[in-house]
Ligand binder design. Sequence first.
Ligand code: ZN
Length: 252
Amino acid sequence: MRIIRYQTPEGTATYGWMLEDKVGEIQGNVFSEYRRREAKIPFKEVQVLAPCEPSKIVCVGRNYVEHARELGNETPKVPLIFFKPPSSIIPNGGTVILPPQSKQVEHEGELVMVIGKRARNVTAEQAKEFIFGYTIGNDVTARDLQKTDGQWTRAKGFDTFSPFGPWIDTDFDPSDAVVTCRVNGQMRQMASTRDMVFNVGTLIAYISSVMTLEPGDLIFTGTPAGVGELKNGDVVDVEIEGLGKLSNPVKV
Ligand code: ZN
């Protein structure tokens, strides 16, 4: 099932579910008890929001060998994790704003896991029970600031630097799906999720041994090789086979 969040005509945010190109409201808590109303609103008429509200966004660095290599790095022995702030979230169609502090903002198309149940010290074998579903993300990064700062908080944390959506798919199989990123229609990144150094189960086990994961929290699983620059006026599309497409314009 595909889950979205959208703005009602009355201006409140609500969860919805999709049946083909129609949306139905979800009443209750989407992560526990809820009821689905009839899907009768055309998808193209709803104002789509980011599909959940994470308390934290945990990201994994250098999780594809070719990407680690292109930036001159070794593949890490254990997952390399960092945060992006929830204030950096924008929905599908939202505009990525290039900040004046950076001269080199880059795209990173990624598969994103959405946590469904509170998770602490979960094993890789148990991980599946704690995954609500999957969505598509762009870990937008000010590459020059990432290099000069050492710490990645500023480079990864600007407002608008975490587009994700357009929906969460609760049935998606992450074992072998092609992730692509195009800028103005030109292919920049392409790899299968089977090329990940650490798979989704290993990542949940590792991260939940450090911190409690809450329903709605996001895990960005790392980007394939081919990261590159975004310029004013570009449109960046991240597409994942069987999951959908996240599209965002870029402006100064
Ligand atoms: Zn990334």
